[in-house]
Design a protein. Structure first.
Length: 59
């Protein structure tokens, strides 16, 4: 039982050391992640379509 208490005390101690982002920082970081994901989605979709068309031309 002491191990559980030590574990949760350690978790609480580490959570107090954590620096959480402010509201504006959170919006900024979320926006960056969403646009990055969208960019790669479009990029790889275009790559997939392009390679698919090349394969069809070769057949």
């Amino acid at each position: 039982m002491a191990k559980k208490e030590n574990f949760f005390q350690g978790v609480k101690s580490e959570m107090e050391k954590t620096s959480w982002p402010t509201g504006p920082e959170l919006v900024k970081y979320t926006t960056i992640v969403v646009f990055t994901v969208l960019f790669f989605l479009v990029f790889f979709y275009g790559l997939d379509v392009g390679i698919g068309q090349l394969i069809e031309m070769i057949k």
